[in-house]
Design a protein around this ligand. Structure first.
Ligand SMILES: Nc1ncnc2c1ncn2[C@@H]1O[C@H](COP(=O)(O)OP(=O)(O)OP(=O)(O)O)[C@@H](O)[C@H]1O
Length: 314
């Protein structure tokens, strides 16, 4: 029976893995409730976890990556009990944390070669093949003999992905990977992630809405430890598409508009203040219907205006 179960597990690990999170909670010693009864199913492909700073994203990512204990709940990656079978999870996991240190005087090749050795790739030729392949995949092959200390932010992040991909993981967790990248590097990083996402489960934790809009077929929004919304990204956008109204205002009038209307966002566009309101019906007052996008979904949800009909634990 045990052998049968192991065999089944091996088979399962050859295919994409679904992550089922049930009633996960975590309160830190200082009383901050970072995760409050989170239940969520994450299918294969690219999944975006969106929330403002302090929402609980890193706490959730670290818990899924077996680096932190929670207080209650369960997490299953197919048939692996993530909270209990940490070694089994680590064998199929690639993790790019929010902050990671690199040895500045070591070259990219040397560092990745070292990580590969730690991952158990003891055969030198095989290791070279894997390391070269990952450096090529992340577009770092040309700079492989440069010291990591001289890498730009984007190169560092791509190097982080290369190390996360060692061992051909089935589940990849990337925590806030594009913060601080210039637009060109962000596009490059997006392309890299989307190539990876084809045959793996990739969880992208971020507060940058466009990261999720560009990359993720499925997503969730969390805030203050609560799961607020989840589902297929395009469906969530479609749900708000006829409820968003826009108009330019004089920025001094913003407080009065906020009193009269459910304003979900205000931003400068070519030096003018554009506000969006969330309303099932025409709010009048000079507003025009706008084509709702993921930013509207996000701001309406965080503002407590918009809620999902469906539950997140499919
Ligand atoms: N070790 C800790 N001890 C106490 N409180 C913590 C600890 N780690 C995080 N917190 C608090 O828990 C809440 C969630 O933090 P977390 O880092 O998970 O959020 P986040 O969404 O990843 O935000 P950020 O993008 O700013 O990292 C925050 O209020 C944070 O201050």
């Amino acid at each position: 029976m045990a052998l049968q179960k192991q065999g089944l597990r091996r088979q399962n690990r050859g295919i994409n893995m679904e992550l089922r999170i049930s009633n996960l909670s975590k309160t830190y010693a200082n009383g901050v409730v970072a995760l409050d009864n989170i239940s969520l199913t994450i299918p294969a492909g690219m999944f975006g976890l969106l929330g403002p700073n302090g929402a609980g994203k890193s706490t959730l990512m670290r818990t899924l990556a077996t680096l932190q204990e929670c207080d209650a709940g369960s997490v299953f990656l197919d048939d692996i009990d993530v909270l209990d079978e940490k070694d089994a999870v680590r064998r199929v996991l690639g993790y790019l944390p929010q902050d990671f240190g690199l040895y500045p005087k070591v070259t990219a090749y040397e560092m990745l070669d070292h990580f590969a050795l730690l991952k158990g790739l003891s055969n030198r030729n095989r290791r070279r093949e894997v390391v070269d392949g990952l450096l090529q995949q992340t577009n770092l092959f040309e700079v492989r003999h440069q010291r990591l200390g001289g890498f730009s932010g984007g190169m560092r992040q791509r190097f982080g992905i290369a190390q996360a991909l060692l061992g051909d993981p089935k589940l990849i967790i990337v925590d806030e990977p594009t913060a601080g990248l210039d637009p060109q590097e962000r596009v490059r990083f997006h392309n890299l992630l989307s190539d990876i996402g084809d045959d793996k489960t990739v969880i992208l934790s971020t507060h940058i809405v466009s990261d999720v809009a560009d990359l993720c077929a499925n997503m969730a929004i969390i805030n203050q430890g609560h799961l607020l919304l989840c589902g297929p990204t395009q469906e969530l956008i479609h749900d708000v598409s006829d409820k968003i109204w826009a108009r330019f205002i004089d920025k001094r009038d913003l407080p009065s508009f906020q009193i009269r209307h459910p304003v979900i966002s205000s931003r400068l566009l070519s030096g003018r203040t554009l506000i969006h309101v969330y309303s099932e019906t025409d709010p009048g007052d000079g507003f025009e219907e706008a084509l709702g996008d993921l930013e509207d979904v996000y701001f309406a949800t965080i503002a407590g205006r918009h809620r999902a009909d469906a539950s997140c634990d499919a």
